[in-house]
Design a protein around this ligand. Structure first.
Ligand code: ADP
Ligand code: MG
Length: 231
């Protein structure tokens, strides 16, 4: 459990409680949760170099402790296909962040693999004052925001619990395949739910966790954005 504790210590050492996306994804990887391949670049040349190693197309996101909702400030650019696009994109996302908040501290730019579009799901966890660590599952976008079609279980989760959480949501038939949407890899989602449960049980100092969205495919699932907040 060394590296997660190290990440948390580093975050607190800087007087923060909100992890950067890069930090939250490192924690996910440590717990066996697949994320889009990524690296943090401190400058244009490094971003182009990283993009080449990750493989085009890529996504750029500003990395700043002062910006929580990155796309709201123009801090996310998707589907960049060439080194030239990465170079100008780097400057753009930093500029947009500065426009939002002139004194925003910019750590760098996250360069990541572009995940092919697919069905989006959300996995979350919150520390309930009464029940303790509680895990949430739902389908992305309107299903969560508008329809509140989500399921909850108190951690720790068994594999059976995780399966139930998934089959319980009203939108579940979409995950079994519908019209031109192929069936989703339910086992991969069960794995993510169980790993998240393990993480929040191992680290009671996690106050909130949000994997939103997760792209789920016929084979596998990948976390595209991750947020973790400590007490
Ligand atoms: P925010 O901080 O605004 O939530 P996100 O990292 O979630 O930023 O990015 C916003 C949206 O951009 C995501 O909901 C997703 O639709 C898209 N996106 C972000 N990263 C990727 C990626 N690696 N591959 C594909 N789409 C992505
Ligand atoms: Mg997001």
């Amino acid at each position: 459990m060394g590296s997660v504790a190290d990440v948390f210590r580093g975050v607190r050492g800087e007087g923060r409680v909100v992890l950067l996306e890069s930090e939250a994804k490192a924690v996910c990887v440590d717990y066996g949760v697949s994320v889009t391949r990524f690296g943090v670049a401190g400058g244009v040349a490094e971003a182009v170099d990283l993009a080449g190693r990750i493989g085009y197309p890529v996504v750029l996101k500003v990395v700043s402790p002062d910006i929580v909702h990155k796309s709201d400030v123009g801090g996310v650019l998707v589907n960049l296909k060439t080194p030239a696009e990465v170079a100008s994109g780097y400057v753009k996302v930093v500029e947009n962040a500065k426009k939002f908040r002139a004194d925003a501290k910019i750590v760098g730019v996250l360069v990541q693999e572009m995940a092919p579009q697919s069905t989006e799901v959300i996995v979350g966890a919150v520390k309930d004052p009464q029940f303790g660590q509680t895990v949430m599952f739902g389908l992305g976008g309107i299903f969560v925001e508008l329809l509140k079609d989500v399921s909850f279980r108190v951690a720790p989760l068994t594999v059976e619990d995780a399966k139930e959480m998934i089959t319980q949501v009203k939108a579940y038939p979409l995950l079994r395949g519908y019209r031109n949407t192929p069936p989703a890899d339910i086992d991969a989602l069960v794995g993510i739910l169980c790993n998240v449960s393990r993480l929040v049980m191992d680290y009671p100092e996690i106050k909130e966790l949000d994997l939103n969205p997760i792209m789920v495919y016929e084979k596998g699932a990948k976390v595209v954005d991750a947020r973790i907040i400590l007490e």
